[in-house]
Design a protein around this ligand. Structure first.
Ligand SMILES: [Zn+2]
Length: 125
């Protein structure tokens, strides 16, 4: 089988996990559109596991979206990963608005979390 070792999104660098979700130029453009609540140097300059751990715990609310970064970030990683897979498997027909998709899913998760807390508090009463 002839499989390219290059990133299917940019075709400019080897396909690795960290390239797909952080270092790809298109991923960087995507992340910059959110203005992550830390410096660009620390956001783009860390290794994969440290980067995932720090951002998944960062409970700083984004002023624009009224959602915690710890909710937006993991969903954004997942959306990037699914987008890459849809390109690999030829399911990507039209360019998607990945940011809008991320924010919609993050809002849904935040709502479900709030609804769950509300349900638990009702049970205790
Ligand atoms: Zn790439």
């Amino acid at each position: 089988m002839n499989i390219s070792p290059l990133c299917p999104v940019c075709n400019a660098a080897p396909e690795t996990i960290i390239h797909a979700v952080k270092d790809c130029l298109k991923a960087q453009f995507f992340w910059n559109s959110f203005s992550p609540p830390c410096s660009a140097a620390s956001f783009f300059g860390t290794q994969l596991m440290v980067w995932l751990r720090i951002n998944c715990k960062l409970m700083r609310q984004c002023d624009v979206y009224e959602l915690d970064w710890a909710i937006i970030f993991p969903i954004a990683v997942w959306v990037l990963w699914l987008n890459k897979n849809s390109i690999v498997f030829g399911k990507s027909s039209t360019p998607k608005d990945l940011k809008a998709e991320t924010l919609a899913k993050a809002a849904e998760m935040a709502y479900l979390g709030i609804a769950e807390k509300h349900r638990k508090s009702k049970i205790r009463i």
